[in-house]
Design a protein around this ligand. Structure first.
Ligand SMILES: Nc1ncnc2c1ncn2[C@@H]1O[C@H](COP(=O)(O)OP(=O)(O)O)[C@@H](O)[C@H]1O
Ligand SMILES: [Mg+2]
Length: 429
């Protein structure tokens, strides 16, 4: 690439610019810009960019890719001014951050940068960020959320964010956590579908709902709702104590214009990447912004299980009728009791429960509950292949099979929880 727009011989219109101290420190960015834009981009120093952004023609730019290293952290003010000046001319900013401190990143996102990709760039990171920018409509009062996002091979599906992100019901937010007592017992299926049923429960006034995927190693929420990858989540989670409402909203993805999702990071991560303080901070933000927060938990006990349990109004644990679930349930209860944790918040959910006429099966469930010394309060039937199909297609069950028995049971559960929330709000009003 030539250095500086003025020196370019190629008359192709310039659609984007990298801005950095030295673009040759960002070889992968050069490669990806060429792959995405051919010759239609230029590279600028910060000084050149500050002057260029005010010149005629700059408004034709789609975006600036600001490539930053720790050396630039002393100049955040100047970089912020550049982002603002670009924004004023309708030019978006993507941060390409090489070892930047999360606090600096937040500062620049707060100042108006639209998106963030870590450097070295992963395969499709820049492409995905550009796609996100192009799919965004620029709502001036809501620059941080993603109003329209069409992804994957399903153009007819909208991964649209809710129009506003705010509590609607005027009470304290309810927190529902869901943990599988063994893998594959339907925790994420319940989390996704419960969140969706709550978010769509009333035509006029459904609660605003945020689904948080904290299953950092086996996350499936993004797949079950066909949501795009969000690389910035890992930084935000690690620095959650400094995250503010804007940064939190920026991280959210939307589904169907009604549900907001805080996804898990796209890569498999150690569960102790975050601790109780980060989880507490995340829950504080979510409960500030929404009426209902649904948390998909990892299957194992972690340092912050207690944090979520303490915050939860109901902590669902999913299990099946096998020995594996029974033994894990026993161990789980023992661990909680040993720490004097609020076991009464647990709501045992038996998935793939026996049908009404399966007397043998029902007797076994009764014995299971007795041996654990708990009540199994929620029974979810086997919904058959449609459940797997909904997950594979990235849609809540209700959207592809409204009459499915599992969908109906989860809808009933949602109705009960919604009623309980409303009457609690009214009692406190
Ligand atoms: N009640 C059910 N009926 C039919 N299939 C189910 C049911 N619950 C879960 N599944 C399927 O079982 C698999 C595992 O479910 P998932 O919710 O991902 O489990 P977990 O989050 O506990 O690991 C998925 O393919 C899901 O579609
Ligand atoms: Mg899961």
């Amino acid at each position: 690439m030539s250095s500086g727009l003025a020196l370019r011989a190629d008359p192709a219109p310039i659609l984007a610019c990298t801005v950095s101290r030295n673009v040759h420190h960002f070889d992968l960015l050069i490669e990806d810009m060429e792959a995405e834009l051919g010759n239609a981009w230029g590279d600028l120093s910060f000084a050149e960019a500050r002057s260029f952004i005010h010149q005629p023609g700059a408004e034709n730019l789609e975006f600036l890719a600001l490539a930053l290293t720790p050396k630039d952290e002393g100049d955040l003010g100047m970089i912020g001014e550049l982002i603002k000046a670009a924004k004023a001319r309708g030019v978006r900013s993507i941060l390409v951050a090489h070892e930047l401190k999360p606090a600096s990143l937040h500062e620049l996102l707060r100042l108006g940068a639209e998106d963030f990709v870590p450097y070295p760039l992963s395969n499709s990171a820049l492409h995905d960020a550009i796609t996100r920018l192009r799919n965004q409509t620029s709502a001036p009062d809501m620059p941080q959320v993603h109003p329209v996002r069409i992804v994957g091979e399903h153009p007819e599906r909208n991964t649209q964010a809710p129009a506003t992100i705010a509590p609607r019901l005027g009470g304290k937010a309810a927190v529902f956590a869901i943990q599988g007592l063994a893998g594959g017992t339907g925790a994420s299926t319940l989390a996704v579908n419960l969140a969706w049923e709550l978010a769509t429960i009333d035509k006029q006034k459904s609660p605003s709902v945020c689904l948080i995927d904290l299953d950092l190693q086996a996350s499936t929420i993004s797949a079950y709702l066909d949501l795009p990858r969000r690389d910035l989540i890992i930084e935000l989670l690690q620095d959650a104590r400094n995250m503010d409402v804007d940064a939190f909203k920026q991280a959210l993805l939307g589904y169907g214009g009604k549900l907001s999702v805080f996804p898990a990071p796209p890569d498999v991560l150690p569960l102790d990447l975050i601790g109780p303080e980060e989880v507490e901070a995340l829950l504080n933000l979510a409960t500030q912004c929404f009426d209902v927060v649904v948390v998909d938990m990892p299957h194992t006990l972690v340092m912050w299980t207690e944090t979520v349990l303490n915050r939860a109004d109901v902590f669902f644990t999913t299990m099946e009728r096998d020995m594996r679930s029974a033994q894990n349930a026993m161990r789980f209860l023992k661990a909680l009791r040993a720490e004097s944790l609020p076991v009464e918040k647990l709501n045992f959910v038996l998935n793939r429960a026996p049908g009404l006429t399966d007397l043998n099966g029902k007797a076994r469930v009764k014995r299971l509950a007795e041996s654990l010394g708990v009540k199994i309060s929620t029974l979810l039937p086997d919904g058959g292949l449609q459940v797997v199909q909904a997950g594979d297609e990235g849609q809540p069950l209700c959207e592809i099979a409204r009459r499915n028995v599992l969908r109906k049971e989860i809808a009933r559960l949602a109705t009960g929880l919604h009623k309980a929330m409303i009457s609690e709000f009214q009692a406190k009003a």
